[in-house]
Design a protein around this ligand. Structure first.
Ligand SMILES: Cc1cc2nc3c(=O)[nH]c(=O)nc-3n(C[C@H](O)[C@H](O)[C@H](O)COP(=O)(O)OP(=O)(O)OC[C@H]3O[C@@H](n4cnc5c(N)ncnc54)[C@H](O)[C@@H]3O)c2cc1C
Length: 379
């Protein structure tokens, strides 16, 4: 089991860092201000192979392990958090379930297109009345002849409107809760599928998030992913490793905020000295750096366990909890250390602060992570 990034990981980090710091970072501010999809960055990510990170080489993917994947997401998030979440969701919760649970036919049909970036993926679990209690979802799928017909409404779907494939969770049986849920691969051009409201958000302005409406959306029976009634297991497995990716997003935002705070406090002078020379400031920087480093070890540890086929649910939840709280705290302290300039849009501090908040909420709020960790401890 690899606990430390090895030479292979370092080479991947260097390659992604070069791309992220040159191309992705150059567009980050404009993407945020204009609330626009980072088309150039996503095209560049596709060209680098970053849209098929967890896909086997046989299907055109890069066949990276979860440690490499986490590092790549971390590097992207350091440059642009919107780009990172688009790429992360596409690779992890949208594509990885097809790698893990897809039939040979589903893999042949979808993985090469997802890995090349021809098709972006999205994961549609949350509904207006079911967020943390995801098993209470109400979207239904009824069998009609050789097809499944889906009706319902999903909310907060990342990549909505730009995705070519939605992984949709719907109720196929009368059983309440998790056991009546199945997963479906639903192409975006399916009749009866439409995008509803696309939300204006506090942060992550380049990443579209919104409603997906299914009105008698008909897909062939072959689009059922895994077995009927096993959809909740698919969703939970996707979210388990997805949370390691979110940790990578958090580390990237935190690292960017820390680096900018270091630079700013070295340059800014008050009382005839750089503010970094004041012990009160130095202690804040020390705490920020310590938390980022601790989070990195936790995320890489969870990623290594996942790649090694070991149980990793608890470690992934711990990493998500710690890394996303760290991102929020470090981004908040970075705003503080930039003083009034931290609060205005000319500098990136306030963007990191707005972007970081979402990470404490999605793929299971941090209260839900505590539920998962406690359940694992008490099992
Ligand atoms: C930017 C963004 C992108 C997203 N992308 C996706 C996506 O791609 N696909 C998708 O399916 N979903 C997505 N989501 C949805 C996200 O996963 C949910 O918002 C999240 O799971 C919380 O659900 P909720 O918003 O309904 O909050 P609720 O479940 O209503 O929770 C409200 C509050 O109650 C707390 N709470 C709830 N239950 C408990 C409990 N048992 N114990 C303690 N506290 C509890 C919560 O932590 C929260 O603070 C996204 C959300 C955001 C903000």
């Amino acid at each position: 089991m690899k606990l430390e990034p090895g030479p292979g990981n370092r080479a991947i980090r260097e390659a992604v860092r070069e791309f992220a710091q040159s191309t992705v970072r150059a567009h980050a501010e404009d993407v945020d201000r204009r609330h626009r999809f980072p088309q150039e960055s996503i095209a560049g990510a596709a060209a680098l192979g970053l849209l098929g990170m967890l896909v086997p080489a046989a299907y055109g993917g890069a066949n990276l392990d979860h440690l490499d994947f986490t590092i790549c997401v971390e590097e992207l998030a350091q440059a642009c958090a919107s780009t990172a979440v688009i790429v992360d969701v596409h690779n992890s919760v949208a594509t990885e379930p097809i790698v893990l649970f897809g039939s040979d036919e589903q893999k042949r049909e979808w993985l090469p297109r997802l890995a090349s970036g021809e098709v972006l993926g999205a994961f549609a679990l949350t509904e207006p009345a079911s967020g943390s209690d995801a098993a209470a979802l109400r979207t239904v799928a009824r069998r009609r002849g050789g097809d499944w017909v889906l009706t319902g409404r999903k909310v907060f779907i990342t990549n909505v409107g730009v995705a070519g494939m939605y992984l949709v969770f719907a109720r196929t049986g009368p059983e309440p809760g998790a056991s009546g849920v199945s997963a479906f691969i639903v192409p975006a051009d399916t009749d009866g599928l439409r995008v509803g409201q696309v939300f204006e958000k506090m942060g992550l302005h380049g990443s579209p998030t919104g409603e997906l409406v299914l009105e008698e959306a008909r897909v062939p029976a072959a689009n059922l992913l895994h077995a009927e009634g096993r959809g909740f297991a698919v969703a939970m497995r996707a979210l388990d490793s997805g949370r390691i990716g979110i940790s990578g997003q958090a580390l990237g935002i935190a690292q960017a905020a820390l680096a900018e705070a270091l630079e700013y406090t070295r340059q800014r002078e008050q009382f005839s000295n750089p503010v970094s020379s004041f012990q009160g400031v130095g202690f804040m920087l020390a705490d920020m750096a310590t938390r980022v480093e601790a989070g990195r070890q936790m995320a890489y540890h969870a990623a290594a366990l996942c790649s090694a086929g070991e149980p990793f649910t608890r470690e992934a939840s711990m990493a998500k909890l710690f890394c996303t709280d760290t991102a929020m705290d470090v981004a908040t302290d970075a705003v503080q250390l930039a003083g009034g300039y931290g609060f205005i849009e000319d500098l990136p501090f306030e963007r990191h602060f707005r972007d970081a908040k979402a990470l404490q909420i999605y793929e299971g709020t941090n209260q839900v992570q505590r539920l998962v960790i406690a359940r694992q401890l008490l099992a």
